[in-house]
Write a protein that binds this ligand. Sequence first.
Ligand code: NG1
Ligand code: ZN
Length: 537
Amino acid sequence: MALHEKLLEASGKHPKPAEHQFQYGTAGFRMKATLLDPVVFRVGLLAALRSKRLGGQTIGVMITASHNPPEDNGVKLVDPMGEMLEASWEAYATKLANASSDAELVEIYNKLSTDLKIKSETPARVVYARDTRASGATLVAALVDALEVTGTQYTDYKLMTTPQLHYIVRSVNTQGSEAPFGEPSETGYYKKVGAAFKKAMQGRKANGSITVDCANGVGGGKLRELIKYLPQASEGGLEIKVVNDDVLKPERLNYQCGADFVKTNQRAPPSSHAGQLARCASLDGDADRIVFYFIDHDGKFVLLDGDRIATLAASFIGDLAKQAGLGDELRIGVVQTAYANGSSTQYISKSLKLPVVCTPTGVKHLHHAATKFDIGVYFEANGHGTVVFSPAALKTLATTEPQSPAQKTALDTLRALTDLINQTVGDALSDLLLVEVILAHKGWGPKEWESTYTDLPNRLVRIEVADRNIFKTVDAERRLESPPGVQDQIDALVGKYKAGRSFARASGTEDAVRVYAEAATRGEADDLAQKVATVVK
Ligand code: NG1
Ligand code: ZN
């Protein structure tokens, strides 16, 4: 049978519901799992094309809906170096997903192959994994149908966190190269991270324990596995208490727990019994986000979100670079979005004296901007982020000869960090250990971490509008250019509040507009948000 006949037949088993329009957004395709079967099949076809286009390099497919409810699922592609799918290909994904018939799908597939000059004899290679959602297994079957029909070589990595799959993709593609990323296996991941953690601690004892809420998602089992590769608590190692790691009751996933719950509700999961000043953290459903928090002396909940992780990491890495004698050589910068608390931005530029860049929402924008620095630290306020080291910075770190014991210690620590940090994408497990390393070096508890600056009170509101597409932004989403006149009204309102800042933008993942406001006091922040919301409605 010719390929187009085989494609027609295979596609016939994964029919697309007529009424649905799909879009590959900031988080790939994400929706009710019941709608996703044809989408995953078609993403499988695109993964094969992408791999062939890149000369047979391995492409990753991750099936997850992250912090969404259990009945949702999603699918996204991972490029060879572990990055998100190249932006121009998102449109191809959308096109394939929306083909209205099997015949149209085959037509689009063939046209893409021709336009992209894909040679049929080039091999295609794909690796894939999924989170713990009940719908994952059947969606994998749809993916495999696409990989089989296109003659793709594939490996099933079964249950993994999203960042673990990113790690695998880069490891597979760099095997045998000058810069191998790691062993392309789950154990390889634990060995790399575990060894780097030990080195980065530089013989320091961990400071007590941390309780990690795993959102009842895939991160729980993986964290338990990772702990086996860390110095044991009985021998002075960090004690990690794993909670909310039930993956057997599907309805518990992300329910009243997890990073999104904590960040959105600004409170600990109801199941938490942490005492005052005890370190706590929450992962999201696929363990690519993490936020920290604690209960203060007065019983008040204190959130240490992505902005806090970014400032902590930037200050630590900046100090190490100076101590290693590389302060002038390595350009360190921080990348945030407009949702970063204004106090964190001030702290980075005024106290840490580091450059700060603001990009539109979506990790791919932050990641891209971070690669412009020698060492780029990027985090979304919601806890998704990482640190990237440029090839030149890695070379400098590898070849610098230390001139004193202090320089050597700093250099060794920096080198360990380059392995501890998952540079492909935000990784909750790796970020957890990064924060623990820094707190141990600084001898800090969560209170000292929090005391570096005071967050401005802020409010995020979600507004349903008739058509969110009319909201067009400029200046990294901080200003509206359309609808006309709305920005002037927002400016007039903001001007009335001390330390006021507010912006409105269409969500990329929900059918809504989000309004963010911050001001000197809680009451003013709430008031400003509510007034701007009225303007937008
Ligand atoms: P949207 O829905 O575009 O605001 C949300 C988050 C982003 C990012 C994406 C992708 C906020 C305000 N927005 O985007 O930070 O994580 O989802 O998952 O948290
Ligand atoms: Zn996630």
